[in-house]
Design a protein around this ligand. Structure first.
Ligand SMILES: *Cc1c(COP(=O)(O)O)cnc(C)c1O
Length: 490
């Protein structure tokens, strides 16, 4: 039996279903399995069969109070017929400047980004937990998005019973592709609405709504789908096992060999899932934390000093443009313990920085390595990999690739780069990286990338320029509250 505790206070203790339902612990900490001993398994049990079998094995460990039959059912619901690749997360062999690397493609879900892996699962976990905990209210998910999360959340919650979702995005602040992915979404329980302001205004507005509407409205209570929910993190552990199984199948490694993973990182969720896979027993060598010009994590992993007081850079890998990586707190819990974690998080809030002790840093460094690359290094990677091997990467994957080329790898038997988005989600930047002129529209850029590379456009993206717009709301932030109350009453 696994107890989930707050990263800041082990006195706050719940079972997994409640942790999913609550999202965040009441003291502001994040829920984690209290002890890593409770998740240790024989990894051979979790690399059998296909992706869904692996998911069942992993979910059984972490979501034990749902019961094995229930988690099996939820895995089927989450992944059957939703992904364009039969392996769900297929592995491609790609030539690097020295030797071969493998790219784990996490973007074959409904919205062509890796957040689909988690957001296909969370709504089902949430919906089941609601029943399990005798929670009779419906749940309305509120999310602010700067692009990718919004469409993945909409796709995930679309038509899930007992739930609804409202996504707020900055008017004029997302790409045309991202906007169309949201405003053409058909589900009867989903809404996308533009707000006049930037992403921060949208996010601040949503946070305010949670404070202003603390109680259910017309039998609907508010919740969030953000990446600190343990129900988003656990589903991501599965693809580390899937990568290992595929490497074995290809004969690239022998059973027991260690594998390095290079992870394009923003909020530290993806790479934290890799840490859990390692702690479950998967033979992982190094976890390389790849950052763009926003290199707060690179500095932290090299010096032990986390300092968010720095310039914020807008890059061509926007989903990694983050100064506070929330999920890092989970790693701190295991390495530094809850007392130090509480103190570090307080220092971060009050002074914008903290430093871990040198022994804590040593422990972190024994597994993690921080490397960063800027836009031009990422663009160069897109071009060189395409020219060498006719393999097309997006702007986030290419940062990870560039970091791999810089990193000092361990003596692992294979290196896997996690690929987090289809290149067609970022057609403009990809086109420029290939040394081509922009066409003036997202639709044109997408077509042009297709012409030049011959790489097929994912089905979910191919049709969006023709689909009817069904969500055309644009409101002021001051009107968000009235908007939400009205939607809850419908
Ligand atoms: C969210 C996202 C990331 C970063 O993942 P984290 O779990 O936040 O570290 C990287 N690439 C893409 C395309 C993303 O959408």
């Amino acid at each position: 039996m696994i107890d989930y505790v707050s990263t800041r206070d082990t006195g706050i203790r719940v079972r997994s279903g409640k942790a999913v339902l609550d999202g965040q612990a009441s003291d502001g900490g994040l829920y984690v399995p209290q002890s890593l001993d409770d998740i240790r398994t024989d990894y051979h049990d979790a690399i059998k069969g296909g992706f869904r079998d692996m998911a069942k094995a992993v979910w059984k460990v972490f979501f034990d109070d749902y019961g094995a039959d229930k988690t099996d059912e939820l895995v089927e619901k989450s992944y059957r017929d939703k992904f364009a690749a039969p392996e769900i997360t297929p592995l491609a062999k790609v030539r690097a400047s020295s030797g071969d690397a493998y790219v784990l493609e996490l973007y074959h879900g409904p919205t062509s980004a890796f957040k689909d892996v988690a957001l296909s699962a969370l709504p089902n976990l949430l919906s089941a937990s609601r029943e399990m905990n005798g929670f009779t209210d419906d749940i309305m998910i509120l999310t602010a998005t700067s692009g990718d999360t919004g469409s993945a959340a909409i796709a995930g919650f679309s038509d899930v019973p007992g739930t609804g979702i409202i996504v707020f995005y900055p008017y004029g602040g997302v790409s045309d592709t991202q906007r169309l992915q949201m405003v053409t979404a058909a589900g009867s329980n989903v809404t996308a609405c533009a707000i006049r302001g930037n992403f921060d205004d949208a996010q601040t507005g949503v946070k305010k709504l949670f404070r202003e509407i603390p109680h259910p409205v017309s039998g609907v209570s508010l919740s969030s789908a953000n990446s600190i929910n343990i129900g988003r993190l656990v589903p991501q552990i599965v693809y580390y096992f899937s990568a290992y199984a595929q490497l074995l199948e290809k004969g690239a490694i022998k059973d027991g060999d260690k594998v390095d993973f290079i992870v394009p990182t923003g909020n530290f969720g993806d790479i934290m899932a890799g840490y859990f896979a390692l702690m479950m027993g998967l033979p992982v060598g190094k976890l390389v934390c790849a950052s763009n010009k926003n290199d707060v994590l690179t500095e932290f992993l090299n010096t032990g000093h986390y300092n968010r007081k720095r310039e914020f850079w807008k890059t061509t890998s926007p989903s990694m443009d983050i100064l506070v990586s929330s999920n890092l707190e989970r790693l701190l819990y295991y390495v530094c313990g809850p007392e130090h974690t509480l103190s570090y998080m307080k220092q971060l809030e009050e002074c914008g920085e903290y430093s871990v002790t040198s022994s804590e840093l040593d422990e972190i460094k024994s597994i993690f390595e921080g490397v960063c690359a800027d836009d031009s290094e990422g663009a160069a990677a897109i071009k060189s990999v395409f020219e060498r091997d006719h393999y097309l990467m997006d702007t986030h994957t290419s940062i990870a690739w560039a970091c791999m080329e810089k990193a000092g790898l361990s003596d692992a038997a294979a290196t896997v780069v996690l690929s987090t988005a289809s290149p067609y989600k970022f057609s403009a930047a990809v086109l420029e990286a290939l040394g081509e002129e922009l066409t003036g529209s997202d639709e044109g850029n997408m077509k042009r990338v297709r012409e030049i590379t011959g790489v097929p456009v994912p089905a979910g993206l191919a049709g969006i320029f023709e689909k009817p717009v069904v969500h055309d709301g644009v409101i002021d932030t001051a009107d968000m509250k009235a908007y939400v109350i009205e939607k809850c009453s419908e």
